[in-house]
Design a protein around this ligand. Sequence first.
Ligand code: G6P
Length: 368
Amino acid sequence: EDVNKGDFPHYMLKEIYEQTETIQDAMRGRLSREEATSKLGGLEMTNAELRSVERIILTGCGTASHAAMVGEYIIEELAHVPTEVEFASEFRYRNMPLPKDSLVFVISQSGETADTLAALRESQRKGHRTLGVCNNVASTIARESDGGVYMHAGPEIGVAATKSFTSQVTILTLIGLLLGRIRHMSTTEGLRIIDELEAIPAKVAKILEQTDHIKKIAEKYSGAHSMMFLGRQFNYPVALEGALKMKEISYIHASGHPSAELKHGVIALISADVPSVFIAPDDSVFEKNVSNIEEVRARKGPIISIATEGNTKIEKVSDDVIFIPPCPDFLSPILTSIPLQLLAYHTAVTLGCDVDKPRNLAKSVTVE
Ligand code: G6P
């Protein structure tokens, strides 16, 4: 490991802090104000080819699969192209009928995950153009894919993926913007999205300033044996990712769910000992999330909310709140995922866990 930790006690914390730059690096040179779109030359596809794409499949494992799920919401919102996510480990065992003009993206930080590589090869065998979203430029997936978009996030050493998630979501947003602009999206809308993307790194910095506050929350709940992570729409996959981070490094059992699914089973698990983390920014489903929070409160479940600055309503229904700056709904996962990374990190440190090398896990799983 020739990358050093600098002033940080762990690689994971260093990588969480790097996100102000890595998100920028994922966009660098890829936004054109002149054309109000993104430029992704690595796709090696003409606008006519991109316009004929009828379906997009996003695949990957672990954190990359959660980024893919966020991407599904984003691409459908911005480009109205039907998009589907499949775990790379299931892709080759499922006989997914795909239209001829399907475009497959394999998402992998390392570019070496065995299941993701197998999905790439299976997709190519079926004749689909298969593109990579990788960080490691010298990887097998980067080499074998038909093109793609590099993350340029720098080495990620911490086993629990952090900066690669926000880079992947940023790139999937660029893909949504590109596909939207050659279909129905107006110049003004394209420019608005560029402005909002460019504003993200400064907002990430504001979230990182709250690390001490998040640490106190982590300490308060670190005795929990089980935690719930709940979110809706763009933030449903963030709930899955928040739960994954918590499990991976703190070994606290955690599960992520769409908030409204609570009443179909999960609510049976709620008690005063089971904290629920609600990802509830000011978006089109905020009020719905508040109703779900009320259901948990009625069962005495402690509530930690991730919400938008200035929202006073959330404070009345939550035990603890971590605020993020305002942003459009489709960009919120980039911001809401960061407090959850810090929450998992500080919980694991409080419990004395080996944050960078959690038990039983490998940075890259190169066996099936
Ligand atoms: C392992 C790591 C995860 C990672 C996943 C996919 O399980 O522990 O953090 O998300 O592999 O890795 P990839 O390199 O394909 O993105």
